[in-house]
Write a protein that binds this ligand. Structure first.
Ligand SMILES: [Zn+2]
Length: 83
């Protein structure tokens, strides 16, 4: 099982609440080790804003830099047809 940034963002609130299963938590932990974007997102999850893209809702924190914000929005917009 391999997860990408979008999966991390989808599950980030459950992760913080401890409501993801052990396998998914391990995958997220592994992802965070090498992904500075998601690490930054995870580090600043207290202030959460909802982004809607690709017909789906993503909760991401407001505390990260504009550059990260732009990249995340680009990732979400570019996600169409991913599934
Ligand atoms: Zn990531």
């Amino acid at each position: 099982m391999r997860i990408d940034c979008k999966h991390v963002w989808e599950h980030i609130s459950d992760y913080i609440d401890g409501e993801v299963d052990a396998e998914l938590r391990a995958e997220i932990d592994r992802h965070l080790e090498h992904c500075e974007i998601c690490s930054a997102v995870m580090d600043s999850t207290r202030n959460v804003v909802v982004l809607v893209g690709d017909g789906r809702v993503f909760e991401v924190p407001t505390g990260y830099s504009e550059r990260l914000h732009e990249r995340i929005e680009k990732e979400i917009v570019g996600a169409s047809g991913d599934d």
